[in-house]
Design a protein around this ligand. Sequence first.
Ligand code: XUL
Ligand code: CO
Length: 437
Amino acid sequence: MSYFSSVPNIDYEGAASTNAFAFKHYNPDAVVAGKTMREHLRFAVAYWHTLTAGGADPFGAGTAVRSWDRLSGMDLAKARVEAAFELLVKLKVPYFCFHDRDIAPEGDTLRETNRNLDTIVDIIKEHMKATGVKLLWNTANMFTHPRFVHGAGTTNNADVYAYAAAQVKKGLEVGKELGAENYVFWGGREGYETLINTDMRLELDNLARLYRMAIEYADEIGFDAQFLIEPKPKEPTKHQYDFDAATTIAFLQHYGLKDRFKLNLEANHATLAGHTFEHELRVTRMHGLLGSLDANQGDTLLGWDTDEFPTDLYATTLTMYEVLQNGGIGRGGINFDAKVRRGSFEAEDLFHAHIAGMDAYAKGLKVAARLIEDRVFEDTIARRYASFKEGIGLDIVSGKATLASLEQYAMQNNPIRNASGRQEQLKAIFNQYLLSE
Ligand code: XUL
Ligand code: CO
């Protein structure tokens, strides 16, 4: 049976196509900067937004109309798997990602919950084999159930901590079973509401302990996924511990975890932290910790995580610029952690949304590759910092200079001359590349 019978297979038709069910820029086999688009972009569908969620918001019920809605419990979970793989194949998306609770319902006990999970994992495994679709990452949902009201790895309640650890253990086993390339930790409720009831030191120590236990267990069972932490500054807690890339990197450094973890960066989380996505990518890549991307976009007029599908070409180009400069995304990918708007409730909107996002990233990739090939920004940047290549600047970067030698230089160097940063000119050139590709 088909869950999306009105939707055909999505093929590349080129920029001039008027077919809504076709890619205008994503051509999986096209080679850009030495690799196919498929290899560069490694797209993934987020199970929770596209298969599980129904469009509810804090003010209203779900609006999504889905052909699997009439089912419930394990029957619903099984139907969603079939729908997921039909969508993945039609969209030519090679990967997917899920939380444990997205794919199977909780039972009355942890044992029963794990049994439900095992049943669905077996079915998913068959579909993966039949279609060649792979698991980019899985994770544990340790934020929805009321037991996590005070956190999971950072809870004040040791019983809840133990439950969370059990969930992570199972998650690692599931990841291994399905050959996941990565395993993600997003601290949904790893943060605090007020310091007057919080032992921050203990909470952070315990979070690091959970991460260490996860590494040990993954090694023990031979699960060789890359571990990723996904920063987010707020929501659901007022202050999340993995606030942004810089904070998360400092955490990893402090607890000696930097060698085993990389970061999964999300565009809308960057916005909420007061950064651009490219800022978060640059900080992370400077440290060699760029792991994977959650692609979406936020809205600066709104202070919460709107998780819109990414369509801003400036942002996708600058993102792909950082990815290319990083030498690629490695074992990570571009996961559409994005949801259709509540008003886009028809099943075919799921396709329009992914096509829009995939095309925006494909276009971003093409433009970024040309900008790099032509050294548009690199040459300007090299000229801008040329003063550090010789004379007093070379003394500074080679460590030869002292305050006294710099004072001596400054005393006789009069007047100082600066040069324009040429921002507007560079933006005009950027526009030229965007429009001409
Ligand atoms: C929440 C979010 C999560 C993580 C996985 O803002 O981004 O869906 O990506 O837990
Ligand atoms: Co995310």
